[in-house]
Design a protein. Structure first.
Length: 102
């Protein structure tokens, strides 16, 4: 297996990957978000402070990235926590991003 540069967030996971596979470490979301000049909506859990911090880090300096933190939601629980808000925000985002009407 080849030597790869260490990813700053890899920790022990990178060592395990080195032993089990030749696959490279995953990229962070910030790099693809910065490379793709198109709208991106990040939905962060309200009950997981690190998610909002990570989303703001991805958003920083990128006018295409929007962040919505769902109050009271756990990880991946935005839709079940606030279904009406989720539908309204996601549909509005997609309508604007895709340039569709109604």
């Amino acid at each position: 297996m080849g030597v790869r540069p260490r990813h700053p967030y890899a920790g022990g996971r990178g060592q395990v990957l080195d032993l089990l596979t030749d696959a490279g470490l995953p990229v962070t979301l910030r790099a693809p978000a910065a490379a793709a000049p198109r709208p991106l909506l990040l939905i962060a859990a309200g009950d997981v402070p690190d998610e909002l911090h990570a989303a703001r880090h991805i958003q920083w300096g990128n006018a295409y990235v929007q962040v919505w933190q769902v109050p009271g939601a756990g990880h991946t629980r935005g839709l079940s926590t606030a279904p009406e808000q989720w539908e309204r925000r996601v549909v509005a985002f997609l309508t604007g991003a895709l340039g569709t009407a109604g």
